[in-house]
Design a protein around this ligand. Structure first.
Ligand SMILES: Nc1ncnc2c1ncn2[C@@H]1O[C@H](COP(=O)(O)OP(=O)(O)O)[C@@H](O)[C@H]1O
Ligand SMILES: [Mg+2]
Length: 258
């Protein structure tokens, strides 16, 4: 039985999108059939980063009831050498589409949740996907809450920024616990120095702070920043330490029973 992983965070810019892409790629490398979905309808990124500028149908259309999920999914398997399969569902990045989805009311969002749950069923049960990876909007956007509700596991990307840490702590109590979601933290963009000398330091400090297990600790890598999102590190930079961390996280995810 497949699993749905939502990658979420309190603040923007914590690395959700980069983590989503590379985790999906790492799972594909492990032979899995993976569907990566852009549920960040307010700031869609996957179409640009994966260089798929045009799609016949977007996830927006699926959630609006205009088409089935088959029409939305794009096969990007050839982007990853040796492995399973990679499909993506993209969010429409045009200004008009962003405006349109931002203006939806609660009733629409409830219906969208129904469609998201049905998408989950179709892809995991009928189409045999091993993993769905949801890239989400930061904070308490309705669309993110829908993504969290539909997920088996929430990976929360957090930096060591004070406001980010405090916000993440609040969300653990008031959001993920409320929905009884299994939650794991990835601490990203870590700069080592005086107080933080090693991965072990970060792990123990964060575990104490959050009270949930830390799935990964990722340093701030200039190479990642410099690539401006144009590389899938797991595929394009197989020897990079970032790739090694992603591979370890993917292994850990496979071991987890959700
Ligand atoms: N570990 C890291 N080291 C350096 N830069 C990073 C790291 N993780 C993410 N970034 C950079 O931070 C920016 C925001 O990342 P992104 O994945 O778009 O965040 P989000 O989706 O949460 O807004 C991007 O420019 C990305 O390349
Ligand atoms: Mg993003």
């Amino acid at each position: 039985m497949g699993k749905v992983i939502a990658v979420h965070s309190y603040k923007g810019g914590t690395g959700k999108t980069i983590l989503s892409i590379n985790l999906a790629a790492a799972l594909v490398k492990h032979g899995k059939k993976v569907c990566l979905m852009d549920l960040d309808f307010r700031a869609p990124s996957l179409s640009t980063l994966l260089k798929v500028e045009k799609a016949d149908y977007w996830l927006n259309d699926y959630l609006n009831g205009i088409c089935g999920i088959d029409k939305v999914l794009i096969d990007l398997t050839e982007r990853i050498r040796d492995g399973g399969k990679l499909f993506v569902g993209l969010a429409n990045p045009t200004t008009e589409a962003i405006r349109d989805i931002s203006a939806k009311d609660r009733k629409w969002e409830m219906r969208a949740l129904g469609r998201l749950l049905s998408l989950r069923n179709t892809l995991l049960n009928d189409k045999g996907f091993d993993y769905l990876v949801f890239d989400t909007s930061p904070g308490l956007q309705y669309s993110s809450i829908n993504a969290i509700v539909s997920a088996d596991l929430v990976i929360v990307a957090s930096t060591l920024d004070k406001s980010d840490v405090e916000g993440t702590k609040r969300m653990l109590k008031e959001l993920y616990d409320l929905f009884e979601k299994k939650t794991r933290i990835v601490t990203n963009k870590v700069l080592y120095g005086e107080n933080i000398k090693s991965v072990k330091d970060v792990r123990s400090q964060m575990e104490e702070l959050y009270g949930v297990p830390i799935l990964g600790v990722i340093p701030c890598f200039c190479d990642v920043s410099r690539a401006k999102g144009t590389l899938i590190f797991v595929e394009d930079k197989p020897d990079h330490p970032f790739t090694k961390i992603m591979d370890e996280i993917a292994t850990e995810l496979e071991k987890m029973k959700v």
